[in-house]
Design a protein around this ligand. Structure first.
Ligand code: ATP
Length: 229
């Protein structure tokens, strides 16, 4: 092969390599643009998602406000054999409760009460929690929520709040069900929010504060003063 021919071949090869290079370059540019568009689309979608989530949360909390900031529920525990002096006469869907004292079957033996809702003796822990859950969830959006059980001794406060004990998750009380739900929500929102959940359990009994999560409840010193009214 003559030198001229070799030179011609080299020029053809160089031209085709240059063409290939240019093709590759333009392909790469178009791929990069596509990728950029996709990233932009994804970040717009994420922004839209955050916006929708925020709106949902705002609506949720608005509904809770409209339902009333203070709600009073009544739970009737199953009667023990020895009792049953007072008989539940009627439980209304609207939260009304009528009880009759069988020892006074006449008019003043009948008492009418109004609550936000009444749970009959067959209500499960889950039934009671269902109504409390939306309020508990508001905690995750910065609202303060307080749930407390009030009633005479043996009326079922511990049963409702902590459950009867044992390992059955079906009988978990409001405390455990609420914590489970908070952890679930925190997990669901982990991509957009980071939560820290602290738990403290104290009991005030005979004017003494006990830390129920400490090894020695009475040794714990509290950095606050409780003023009993
Ligand atoms: N909804 C319920 N279903 C079945 N058993 C219940 C229910 N509520 C309460 N009990 C039972 O009634 C008894 C008294 O309930 P509990 O100990 O919860 O009352 P309490 O209000 O916490 O009493 P105290 O103020 O004396 O601590 C317990 O044996 C409990 O298991």
């Amino acid at each position: 092969m003559t030198n001229t021919l070799r030179w011609q071949n080299l020029k053809v090869l160089l031209a085709s390599t240059k063409r290939e290079f240019e093709n590759l370059q333009s392909q790469l540019q178009s791929d990069l643009k596509q990728l950029g568009d996709q990233v932009l689309g994804m970040s717009n979608a994420a922004l839209g998602y955050h916006k929708v989530m925020k709106e949902n949360r705002a609506l949720h909390n608005m509904v809770q406000d409209l339902k009333g900031n203070i709600r009073v529920y009544c739970r009737i525990r199953p009667a023990f054999d020895a009792e049953a002096k007072t008989i539940v006469d009627f439980i209304g869907e609207d939260g009304s409760l009528v009880v009759i004292d069988p020892l006074k079957p006449w008019k003043d033996g009948r008492k009418i009460f109004e609550f936000n809702r009444v749970f009959g003796s067959s209500a499960t822990q889950e039934d009671v929690f269902r109504d409390t859950k939306p309020l508990v969830r508001s905690v995750m959006d910065g609202y303060n929520v307080c749930i407390f059980a009030y009633g005479q001794t043996g009326s079922g406060k511990t049963y409702t709040m902590s459950g009867p004990g044992g390992d059955s998750t079906k009988e978990f009380g409001i405390n455990q069900l609420a914590l489970n739900d908070l952890f679930l929500l925190s997990d669901e929102r982990k991509d957009i929010m980071s939560y820290k959940i602290h738990v403290q359990m104290v009991e005030i009994y005979n004017e003494q504060i006990r830390d129920l999560l400490a090894d020695d409840p009475l040794l714990t010193k509290y950095p606050f003063i409780v003023i009993f009214p």
